[in-house]
Write a protein of this length. Structure first.
Length: 315
């Protein structure tokens, strides 16, 4: 009987602690990932998510807490887990001196029942650079090759670190289709990503990490539907007075709207956005001779939730 049928959670992390010197990079973190589901681990740079995943992969030994993958300790039972776990590292972790196709063939020979190399080559568009040495591949090409190497052995658990980073839209969607297929085959997929649309599109469960701890988790719907807030997005001249806009949109007895210039000329208004909000904003702009070139109102996105939880300060 496959191990994924013997354990409720394919990955289970309890009270994980990992220190570098006197600093706890991971500080009492709990996380679970189910078979047949995509678990997205999100967090700003330095939040502890990559260290957490490396402990799950057996690449780092925890200083406290417990980590179990398919019911086994990834550090002590590495040999038993290796044929059953696929790993795609953030930097690829690939040998650089051999052609891409040869590298994938070598990895496939390590498994008893590998996926069809022809199928993977076609699905991920590897044929166009199969004879090129890994060191000469573009970033997106390396990512596709690393993903193929991670899944060629038909893993029960796949750890994918930034699986579509640096890819063009066509490649990104091919990767997403493969991730969905893995989930439908019963694989527990754990991915880390900075692309909120990737997490929103793929994840069955989202875990937000900051300061070495889980600060929020749930389905995408649960996280984005936690309030009745909406987000108004606006393109207008850069450098508008955000404090003045906030004051112009204020209504007695209602919490202030959160107005921000997220990039030069791109503004968001988050909160209880109503038709009167749009009218007041466009009137404020008209009085100053400013023109809105794009204005949309929609539900809060996962990116909105992420920024609310982790802040807008650069790390």
């Amino acid at each position: 009987m496959p191990a994924t049928e013997l354990v409720e959670h394919a990955v289970e992390v309890t009270g994980l602690v990992k220190r570098y010197g006197d600093r706890a990079v991971v500080d009492g973190l709990d996380l679970v990932a189910r078979p047949g589901a995509v678990t997205a681990v999100l967090g700003p740079n330095g939040a502890g998510k990559t260290t957490t995943i490396e402990c799950c992969e057996g690449l780092r030994k925890p200083d406290g807490g417990a980590v179990r993958v398919l019911g086994l300790d990834p550090h002590e039972d590495a040999a038993a887990l290796r044929p059953r776990v696929g790993v795609m590292l953030q930097d690829g972790g690939l040998p650089t001196g051999i052609p891409a196709a040869q590298m994938l063939e070598h990895v496939a020979r390590m498994y008893a029942d590998p996926r069809s190399l022809d199928e993977l080559t076609e699905r991920l568009g590897l044929a166009s650079f199969g004879r090129t040495t890994v060191r000469r591949l573009s970033g997106g090409q390396r990512q596709r090759l690393a993903l193929a190497a991670a899944v060629v052995g038909r893993p029960q658990v796949a750890f994918l670190d930034e699986p579509s980073a640096g890819m063009d839209p066509q490649s990104r969607h091919a990767v997403w289709d493969l991730v969905r297929e893995l989930r439908d085959e019963g694989v527990a997929v754990v991915l880390t990503t900075h692309l909120m649309d990737e997490a929103e599109d793929l994840a069955d469960h989202v875990v937000v990490v900051d300061g070495g701890r889980v600060i929020a988790q749930g389905s995408v719907r649960d996280l984005v539907s936690s309030s009745d807030d909406r987000t108004l997005r606006l393109d207008a001249p850069a450098g508008l007075d955000v404090a003045a806009i906030t004051a112009a949109l204020a209504r007695p007895g209602i919490a202030p709207l959160d107005v921000a210039e997220v990039s030069p000329g791109a503004y968001t208004v988050v909160g209880a956005v109503e038709p009167s909000t749009v009218a007041s904003l466009t009137a404020w702009l008209a009085e100053r001779g400013a023109l809105a070139t794009r204005l949309t109102v929609g539900r809060r996105t996962l990116e909105d939730v992420f920024l609310d939880l982790t802040g807008r300060t650069l790390r």
